[in-house]
Write a protein of this length. Structure first.
Length: 232
């Protein structure tokens, strides 16, 4: 858990400052919002906060960890979309692809943020990190159903999808062996789309179409492996 440790230098020091982890997160988020992730550096953060470059390491093990917390706000739209879509899901297949649709839509909108959260910090416990983040920013809390809460606490998208695939097995929609294949195929497909967008970029008016194309291909894959599949 984050402790509100503060940095206190002796009066008269050019780096005299009382800071908390929250101050670093706010400042990093502010710079990212104006200039993008590329503008962030330890020296830039220190200059903006009026402290030494070394002081950041009292709160974060490296710059990537700071960026991780600074970008967690990008999950808000994803969680909000999930909460909204959950009410529209008709069956477990709706749920499976609905979860992927919300994830892909937001990941394609914010590839840099999602790369930092889900790929660059793969050792981070997302459940614990979100608790820490919401302690700092309680106004960002989004209420979700018990099911979504449980799913969101699973750190990697590969593991989250497999969790839902296991539910498909329990419902008799797919065999356990084919659930593993489905999980692998869809996660690999998503990674291909994600890497393409990272390398080539995407216009705002292309995001929805790219998301629907991805989901359409996911349905095609599922129809090959499922015992009982009804496209929605």
């Amino acid at each position: 858990m984050f402790m509100e440790e503060t940095e206190v230098k002796k009066p008269g020091s050019p780096y005299f400052k009382c800071l908390s982890r929250k101050d670093y997160v706010i400042k990093a988020n502010e710079i990212i919002g104006k200039e993008g992730v590329e503008a962030i550096s330890i020296r830039r953060i220190a200059a903006e906060l009026g402290c030494s470059s070394a002081s950041m390491y009292r709160y974060f093990k490296n710059l990537d960890e700071l960026l991780f917390y600074a970008q967690l706000d990008a999950l808000t739209d994803y969680i909000l979309d999930l909460s909204k879509r959950e009410k529209e899901w008709k069956d477990i297949w709706d749920m499976h692809f609905g979860i992927w649709r919300s994830y892909a839509l937001e990941a394609f909108k914010n590839p840099k943020a999602f790369e930092i959260i889900f790929y660059r910090n793969i050792d981070k416990d997302l459940e614990e990190a979100l608790k820490e983040y919401y302690e700092m920013f309680p106004e960002a809390i989004v209420l979700v159903s018990p099911f979504l809460k449980e799913m969101l606490e699973i750190p990697g998208y590969y593991e989250r999808d497999y969790h839902v695939c296991q539910m498909l097995v329990k419902k008799g929609k797919i065999t356990a062996e084919n659930a593993k294949k489905l999980n692998h195929m869809i996660c690999t497909l998503f990674l291909g789309y994600f890497k393409f967008i990272q390398e080539k970029g995407i216009r705002d008016d292309e995001i929805l179409g790219m998301t629907e194309q991805f989901i359409g291909e996911c349905r095609e894959i599922a129809s090959l492996y499922a015992i009982d599949f009804t496209s929605w």
